[in-house]
Design a protein around this ligand. Structure first.
Ligand SMILES: Nc1ncnc2c1ncn2[C@@H]1O[C@H](COP(=O)(O)OP(=O)(O)O)[C@@H](O)[C@H]1O
Ligand code: SF4
Ligand SMILES: [Mg+2]
Length: 322
């Protein structure tokens, strides 16, 4: 395979929580713990898992909205993980993010024009350059030039997400994190936004990290898929391999919970019910993170965390029973 656009190595993002004024009481929440994967240029990598598993944190850390606690983020071979705000700026324009909630992610007091222009201004672009680019972008996402002087509340959810996409495209990024980009939209609008993301990928050669809990959508849009549980990546494979030969007990449970309009998934699903909730990441289980809900858990699972390893053809799995 060609050199990846981005290589994530042992990425850790820990958040301090609890009362900081009491010495010894301060704990860390390991939102992302030791995650490694590659993103090939032009691919869509789907990231799935229940709410709270760390998907958004992976996305935000990759585009350096957060500074990771540890590990490497190699962008075209350069490690951007340890860089400070200023040093990382030229790299940040190569990576953008589309947010889940188009209502919350657009400043209501800014015009569409200034929203789309913001990343360019932050990069220090000249105003003629900005104006030309903004006109180009508004058309690229299927809106009109006379929309530019309006405010976000004048638009529908789907249109607002288009504005968010135009803003993300402004700096001509190579890589975009799409964090549940359609889950807040009406079903009738979802397909339009997905089609647009796919067209942009084809036209511009874009690389996507597509975060979603909608497994059918991830299957539709992704080339490869990673499954996250409690801050860890537990399985990773091409979409064909994962959806026909899922091996991790968590992946199996997750897939069997999909309302089965998807005939292949329906054939495989034995309706495995996931017991209980995801444990609190502040106090994760020893050994395998999934062991408290796994029906195959053994003594070894409590003692030793399974490494993510290749079980053949690039299918990666972190489970002792394979
Ligand atoms: N800025 C933050 N500060 C403290 N905890 C956070 C922060 N962001 C996320 N978390 C915690 O990290 C875990 C993973 O969250 P998140 O990445 O949002 O998961 P997901 O996107 O899979 O739902 C959750 O337990 C969440 O509460
Ligand atoms: S390592 Fe053990 S607990 Fe974890 S998924 Fe595999 S069998 Fe279940
Ligand atoms: Mg999230």
């Amino acid at each position: 395979m060609a050199n990846p656009l981005i290589s994530v190595r042992n990425l850790k993002m820990y958040f301090p929580v609890g009362a900081s004024f009491l010495p010894g009481r301060r704990k860390v929440l390991k939102a992302v713990d030791d995650v490694s994967f590659d993103l090939q240029a032009g691919e869509t990598f789907g990231l799935v898992g229940e709410s709270g598993c760390g998907k958004t944190t992976v996305g935000r850390t990759l585009v350096r909205l957060y500074k990771p606690t540890g590990g490497q983020i190699l962008l075209g071979g350069t490690d951007i993980a340890p860089m400070d705000e200023r040093t990382v700026l030229p790299y940040r324009k190569r990576m953008q993010m589309i947010f889940q909630d188009p209502y919350a992610s657009l400043n209501p007091r800014m015009t569409v024009s200034s929203i789309i222009a913001e990343p360019l201004r932050l990069q220090g672009a000249k105003s003629e350059e900005i104006n030309a680019r903004v006109s180009e972008l508004i058309e690229q996402v299927g809106l009109k030039k006379d929309h530019l002087n309006r405010y976000p509340h004048e638009f529908s959810g789907g249109q607002r997400q288009r504005i968010g996409i135009a803003r993300a495209l402004a700096t001509r990024p190579e890589f975009i994190v799409c964090d549940e980009p359609i889950s807040a939209l009406d079903v009738s609008i979802q397909a339009q936004v997905i089609n647009m993301l796919e067209e942009l990928q084809e036209k511009l050669g874009m690389t996507y990290l597509f975060v979603s809990h909608d497994l059918s959508m991830v299957r539709h849009i992704s080339h490869r898929v990673g499954v996250m549980y409690l801050g860890h990546l537990v399985e990773l494979a091409t979409v064909e391999e994962l959806y026909s030969n899922m091996q991790h007990p968590y992946t199996q449970a997750l897939m069997s919970a999909v309302p089965v309009a998807d005939p292949d998934l329906a054939a495989q699903s034995q309706r495995i019910v996931l017991q209980g909730d995801v444990p609190a990441p502040i106090d994760p289980p020893s050994g395998c993170p999934f062991r408290t809900r796994c029906r195959y858990a053994s003594k070894r699972c409590a003692e030793e965390r399974p490494e993510l390893r290749d079980i053949g053809g690039g299918h990666l799995l972190a489970c002792h029973i394979h």
